[in-house]
Design a protein around this ligand. Structure first.
Ligand code: G
Ligand code: MN
Length: 301
């Protein structure tokens, strides 16, 4: 005989009766799935952490089908003309149980279960709708970018769903940008290059995201089929603190231009950053200084 006991503690785990019951339900389900273990007297921090992970995974299961996910868009502006050049699509999840959960927290779970592919497929289907919305606002040639996890290049599923979206809808490939990060690229570098090359043949542009936050291999810049380089917010922030960082940013812009890449500065929040980037020839600016991400219909172009 097995007993599965769910424990939730007031006030460390939750304060409302509803949340406490929810948490104890979740932990009893967890206990049942393990078969024997209960959380017993494990410390509150572990309990909260395990519980959080469990409930995020659990609530995530049908979140997309239950329309709990939605998209926000952040405009990227031309540094000189200040016209909107493109919009970055960002995934948001508002769970009725957990509230807003940040992508950094839930995307890793989508990646291990491959659900991320389903999400990308759904996001791709939204793009033509957004493109016609932009046209109705008089914005022509505004591109839309999507973030793709490196893990999604492990099979050719991504290329397949892009091809499917291209053939089924009015999606225009020249206005689509795929953003990739360097983390995870190294394990299957050749395979990734082959797939990016295929996407690029359709006219889709490829952006290397978050450059300057991790290892920032210069090698990637010349080996990957790229069109755009996005300089990470961490580096853009640092130019306010240290003059040496300005030299780094300046040099990255120059290097990218020599390689024929357009440069986007991410996370620009202050006028001083914008002014510096403009004088150094950075092509595009993304950041709260100009626009915060919002639902497309709320954006004030
Ligand atoms: O990793 P990636 O560059 O795709 O992340 C984009 C994220 O950065 C989004 O969640 C967006 O809300 C956030 N972001 C964009 N611009 C700014 C900014 O100016 N300041 C801050 N704090 N976050 C920003
Ligand atoms: Mn991005």
């Amino acid at each position: 005989l097995n007993a599965s006991i769910g424990v939730s503690r007031y006030p460390t785990d939750a304060t409302s009766p509803k949340e406490l019951i929810k948490l104890s339900n979740v932990s009893s389900r967890e206990a049942r799935s393990i078969g024997r273990t209960t959380f017993g007297e494990s410390d509150a921090a572990t309990f909260a952490l395990v519980n959080r992970e469990f409930s995020v995974k659990n609530e995530l299961r049908n979140a997309l089908d239950k329309s709990e996910m939605y998209l926000v868009y952040q405009p990227i502006v031309d540094t000189q003309s200040l016209e909107v050049k493109s919009l970055e699509t960002l995934l948001r999840w508002n769970s009725p149980i957990l509230g807003s959960v940040w992508p950094q927290e839930f995307i890793p779970y989508l990646e291990v279960t491959n659900e991320i592919n389903k999400v990308s497929r759904w996001m791709l289907k939204q793009i033509p709708i957004s493109q016609s919305f932009l046209l109705s606002k008089g914005l022509k040639g505004t591109s839309i970018s999507l973030n793709i996890s490196p893990i999604q290049f492990k099979t050719d599923y991504l290329v397949k769903i892009v091809e499917e979206a291209l053939s089924e809808s009015s999606l225009s490939p020249e206005n689509l940008v795929i953003e990739i990060t360097e983390t995870g690229l190294i394990q299957n570098f050749d395979f990734v290059v082959r797939q990016l090359t295929r996407l690029r043949k359709y006219g889709i542009q490829i952006a290397l995201d978050d450059f300057g936050s991790g290892y920032s291999s210069f090698n990637y810049l010349s080996e990957l089929p790229l069109d755009i380089l996005k300089i990470d917010k961490v580096l853009i922030d640092s130019i306010l603190k240290k003059d040496e960082k300005k030299i780094l940013v300046d040099t990255i812009i120059a290097l990218a231009h020599r390689l024929d890449l357009a440069v986007v500065a991410e996370g620009v929040e202050r006028q001083e950053q914008y002014e510096y980037l403009r004088t150094r020839g950075c092509d595009y600016i993304q950041g709260f200084y100009f626009y915060r991400p919002d639902r497309i219909e709320n954006l004030d172009f």
